[in-house]
Every structure is written in C-alpha cells, then in structure tokens.
Design a protein around this ligand. Structure first.
Ligand code: GLC
Length: 672
C-alpha cells in the first residue's frame, strides 16, 4: 500500500462516505449481504489508492466527483459480473498476492493463429505446453483489428470481439478456464494507448461526433502538432514522419504515435479512463489472469515534453490497478515499457504494475554475446535488478518486437564504450554486417536523422545457428546451441518469470517469407514471427539435432528451476568472479542456494580457486545443469559458452553468513 498524506486520506474518506450509500442503493440488492460486505471491505482498503491518482489526474475539473462516481460504478458492475470460479480465485490470490513470484511460473508467448490455428487448435496443443512446463501463456493480440496491416493485432477495433478467424468470445472464456484447470494462467494484451481507426469510437469521431472526437487527440491545424513535435521522437519512422496523421474527412490532425491507423487515446478526458477501465475489467472477467499493459510510456501527453513516461501516465496505471484490486484481485498487471531502465523501473510497484518486462536484461545479454564481455551486464544488474517486494520481472531473450538497445548510456560508458557507436556496433553485429559476426538479424526502423536502428531476428538466428547451418560447420552449430542455452539459462534462473517465445525452444530460425507479403514486407519483425513448425518440433527428442539439444537444455533448466527451492521467491545477488567473460549470480532462499555462472566467450575460461573460496565454494561442487560433480582444485574451468548451476547451500560448503550480507536482504527484494 502506498502512503498518502493525511489531507488526501481524509479527503478520500469523506468522499467515500458520500459515495457509498449511493453505490449501495444501486448495487447492494443485486448480491447476497455477505458478498456485498466483502466488496465493501475491499473498497475501503483500496479506495485511497483509487482516489489519489484520479484526484491527481482530474481533481481540477469541475465535474471530478461525477467522473469518480462513474468509475466506481464501473468497478462495482465488473465485480458483480465476475463468476464464482473467478471470485474463488480472487480469494485465493488475496491470500497470496505474489503468486506470480513462484518458481513454478514459466511463461511462453505466441500468436494463436501461428501456433495453433485457433482456439480449438490451442486445446490440442496443451500437452506440448505441459511437457515444457509452461504455467503462463501470453497470447498475442486476438481481438478484432483491421484487415491487412494491423501492427500484428496492436491496432484493436474492438476490445471484446475476438478475431472471427480465431473463434468467438465464448471460446476465449472456455480456453481461459481450461488452461487454468491445467495450471496455466492466460495473459492477454490490453492495448490501452490507442485504438485502430476502425474502432467504433474512431468511426463515430470520423462521423463528426464531438464526444468521440474527445476520446482522441485531434487538431484542426498544424499549430499544436508542430509545437508538440518539437520534443517528440519518431517511434516508427519507416511508417510516417512525426506523430500526427491528417484525416481529410474531418479536417483534423490525429495523434498517431505508432502507425497512421493507430489513434492515441486521450486520457486527459476522464470518460476515456472510465471506458478503458471497463474494457480492462472485461478481460479480467473472461478469465485473463495477467494483463499486459501495452506501450504504457505514451499514455500521457504534455506540451514541451517528449510525452513519454510522464507522471500522469503512472497515475492512469495506478487508477486502473486500484480498480483491478477492488473488482478482480486475482489479476496482475504487466507493464510493457521499452524505455530507459530508470524509467522502466518506475512502472513496477504493487500499486501499479506488479510485473514488468526486463528490456535492459534482454539488451545486455545480447551485448555480452557480441562483446564477449559481461561488465556492462553485471554492473547494470547490480544497480537495477532490485525492484520493490511484491513485484517480479518478466525476463526474455526476445519477444515479438525488435531487439532494441534499451540500456543506460552510463553502463556502456563505464564498460569503456561510446554509447552511440556501441549501439551502431551492436546493430551491425546482429545484422551480420560486422566482420566475423555469427548473427543473421535484419534491421528494424532505421532513423536516418539519428542513425538509430533496432534488430529483428529469431533467437537461433541472432545467436549464430542460421549462419552455422548455412556453412555446414558442426563446431559452429555447437557454439550456437550453447549460446542459445546460455541465454535461456540466465532468463530461467535469474529471478522473476522467464518468458519463452514459442519456436525458440526448438531453435527455429528466421522466416523470410514475410518479404513476399505485401502487407508485411515493410515490417521486419515478421522475420521472427513465423508459423510454428510442428514438423521441426518432432526433432526435439533427437539430441543429434540442434532442435533436440536446445530443447533438452531448456527442459532441464525449467525442471531445475521448478524443483530447486533455491529458485523459489529467492534473492538474487550478482557477483564478480574475477573474469570479465563470466556472468555470475547467487540465488538464495533460507538455507538453499545456487550459483549460476555463464561463460560468454567462445574460449575456455576459468575462475581462480581463491575466488571460489571467497564465494563460499568448496573444492567439490555439483553442477545441477549437467548433473556432474566438479572438482576445482586450482581453479574452476569452463568450456566455451558453458552454463553451470552450482549447488551450494549448507551441505555443499556455502558460508551461511554470506546469505545475510546480501545487499538486497533488507528493504528491496529481487525475488520471484
Ligand atoms: C507495443 C507492442 C508492439 C506494438 C506497439 C504499438 O510496443 O509490443 O508490437 O507495435 O506497442 O501498439
């Protein structure tokens, strides 16, 4: 719970006293008395968390209390509409609000059509997900969106109607229930920054309805757009210059941060926040358990700023989070903020988004593979891995989007590089243009003005497998397999929930067919969004193939994570092992502890015996990953790109006192 000043608390209490009887009159008779009481308790507990951000956003508006009341009614309506199974889940999760930190959580993500065809197909693929140990499934956008180009579904035309090609609304509800019965929580996107220009609100706005025009940012001439653009950055420069699109029919410039057909919603209008809260709670009530809050950095606009990460963007999220706590406490919100790491962390809070993508880790893992050095990775993690207790990272190697260099310039400078040229080096490296590069990515969104660019590519292709197979070099294939396993090893063990993009577990490589599709060829991200190759997946049991080796490694990692108590809601402590090519961290909980170490170079590396002793390791340690006992007399030797998960803990010589000296032991937790 946040701490509010006493003035705000008393204001919120007075307000609730005024609003409550009216709410009770309207909704109280629709449920049993004891249920209403539960609801009342929840409202009382969380009302200040709802009131504070709404007051910050709209307190100055003359009709603030009217809007506050309608938002509260929306919340009550959603709570009433929640079915008994979900209410039971609410009760469970109120007892265990950090359920997502469990080591049993293992995430996967896919496009439903590309992975399984449709909802019916997904049911058939359940055994595949269960075999891998998946307990969280993020389905990419499934709602109705414009025919043709629709930004991979991120241009939503209806927040409730499922794309007819996938099924109907009821299928979603059924699948969510069925997955839950199998221990898999479903996650869906909530694309809350914008709608498609085919959404009913946009259509009404195009017909000239002033109410709906006020849902968006619209300007009759260029004066304000020009003024805003002085400080804005182009997000999809390949698509259009600037952030506004002219719609001749209404003679208005519409704010379109992303594509021209994605209209930014105007959250300075409280009616928009109310409506979107209703849409979010709809997702909760069909059984979605984690809601991915899309593009949160852009939610608020203010002249004279770059309109990213503004304090009021946080207030919008906090209000929605409080609404969720009251109406559907079973759900967790996950923020998608691919911005500077210091800004990413601001979205992570028990009262805001409890989960967050970790783009910094993603970018720095690729950095370490390209440079073969782990200094930047280690120092960034030491400084910024810790997040508030009650929250968790979602760690990934790549997602459906590009790989961008979302790290802090300071970390790169401290590692001895010039940030600008280093970013260019990384883009060149991962697009195979740098001499000696093993990688086969494609560029994404080159900005000619700044020289910035990002990279698209499947994990296997970025990590060298495509190139190795092309040249038919067995040794290179082995190195690529190890790189992929090393990256998976880190995300599975580091603390938080790993998120695997389905297809990566069987080492699928780039799919260039998008270049022949006139709707997709301009967006290189489709190179890493291929249809799932079920034929190829059959080779997952054959350890003579890269598919088999990558799969086997990942499976072992997942088993190790879910079976060892050292990974359950455990602390993470990064350590310097005296070798810049090696990344290392302890995971520890109570008397259980594991040391994860990874060699990021293609050469053998070692850790000196003295260092090992300092780390509390004895001469003989067990590597849980390979299932080997290792004797490190003079030093611990590591093969190229080797990953080790060493059991320490009491029985293996872990010095107990070091556990209590963990820098994160007190107020911050870096737990799962
Ligand atoms: C998010 C999505 C991305 C999309 C953008 C606009 O960043 O991950 O795919 O293009 O939002 O919705």
């Amino acid at each position: 719970m946040q701490h509010f000043d006493s003035d705000l608390i008393s204001r919120s209490e007075t307000t609730l006293r005024r609003l409550w009887p009216r709410l009770e009159e309207r909704f109280g008779s629709r449920v049993d008395a004891w249920e209403w009481e539960t609801f009342q308790k929840r409202v009382e507990t969380h009302f200040a968390s709802l009131f504070a951000p709404l007051f910050a956003l709209y307190g100055e508006q003359y009709d603030f209390f009217f809007h506050l009341e309608t938002i509260l009614q929306t919340i009550a309506e959603a709570w009433i509409g929640r079915d008994s199974e979900l209410r039971a889940l609410d009760a469970l999760r109120e007892e265990d609000p950090t359920w997502f930190q469990s080591h049993r959580m293992v995430g996967a993500t896919c496009y439903l059509d590309l992975f399984a065809g449709n909802f019916d197909g997904l049911r058939e693929k359940l055994p595949y997900l269960k075999e891998l140990g998946i307990t969280y499934l993020h389905l990419m956008p499934i709602f109705r969106s414009p025919e043709g180009d629709n930004d991979g579904g991120y241009a939503v035309s209806d927040y409730r109607d499922v794309d007819p090609a996938l099924g109907v609304q009821d299928d979603l509800r059924k699948v969510a229930t069925q997955l839950r019965q199998h221990g898999i929580a479903i996650a869906l996107d909530f694309v809350l920054n914008h709608t498609s220009d085919e959404h009913i609100w946009a259509k009404r706005a195009l017909e000239g309805d002033a109410n709906y025009q006020a849902y968006y940012w619209m300007f009759p001439d260029r004066s304000l757009p020009d003024a805003y653009e002085r400080n804005l950055h182009d997000i999809f420069p390949d698509d259009h210059d600037g952030s506004f699109t002219y719609r001749p029919r209404i003679k208005r410039w519409v704010w379109t941060t992303f594509h021209t057909y994605q209209w930014d919603l105007n959250y300075s209008n409280p009616a928009v926040l109310r409506q979107m809260t209703e849409e979010m709670l709809f997702l909760a009530n069909v059984g979605v358990e984690v809601i991915r809050m899309d593009a949160v950095a852009f939610l608020w606009k203010e002249l004279g700023t770059d309109c990213q990460n503004l304090p009021n963007a946080h207030n919008v999220l906090r209000a929605m989070s409080a609404a969720a706590r009251i109406a559907a406490p079973a759900i967790a919100l996950k923020s998608e903020a691919i911005v500077h790491p210091d800004e990413v962390s601001k979205y992570i809070h028990p009262d805001e988004c409890q989960l967050s993508y970790n783009p910094q880790l993603m970018a720095l893992l690729w950095d370490a593979l390209a440079t073969r050095k782990t200094n930047a990775l280690r120092s960034a993690m030491e400084q910024r891995f810790a997040i508030p207790g009650g929250c968790a990272w979602v760690n990934y190697i790549r997602c459906h989007d590009d790989v961008g260099w979302a790290f802090s310039d300071n970390d790169i400078e401290a590692a001895g590089f010039d940030p600008r040229s280093h970013r260019r080096f990384l883009t060149n490296f991962y697009t195979g243009q740098h001499e000696g590069s093993f990688s086969r990515g494609l560029v994404f969104q080159v900005n000619p003005a700044t020289g910035d660019a990002r990279v698209s590519g499947m994990t296997a292709s970025l990590a060298g497998l495509e190139h190795a197979l092309e040249i038919g070099d067995e040794e290179e294939v082995e190195l690529a397999v190890r790189r992929i396993t090393l990256l998976h090893g880190v995300i599975v063990t580091i603390g938080g929930m790993p998120l695997i993009y389905l297809g990566d577990e069987i080492a699928m490589t780039n799919d260039y067919r998008f270049t022949e599709d006139h709707q997709k060829y301009t967006d290189s991200r489709w190179v890493h969004r291929p249809p799932f190759n079920w034929e190829q997946s059959r080779r997952r049991y054959d350890s003579d193939t890269p598919e088999g080796r990558v799969y086997e490694g990942l499976l072992r990692l997942i088993q190790l994570r879910t079976q060892s108590p050292a990974f359950d809601r455990a602390e993470t402590e990064f350590v310097d092992v005296g070798n810049e090519h090696i990344f290392a961290f302890f995971r520890s909980r109570d008397e259980h502890s594991a040391l994860v170490i990874g060699n990021f170079s293609e050469h053998p590396q070692s850790i000196e015996a003295k260092r090992l002793r300092n780390l509390g390791l004895r001469k003989t340690v067990v590597d849980m990953f390979r299932g080997e006992v290792i004797t490190a007399g003079q030093r611990l030797d590591m093969e190229p790109y080797q990953l080790m998960v060493l059991v320490t803990g009491a029985q293996h010589g872990m010095q107990q006192d070091r556990l209590t000296t963990s820098p994160h032991a007190q107020d911050h937790q870096t737990n799962e």
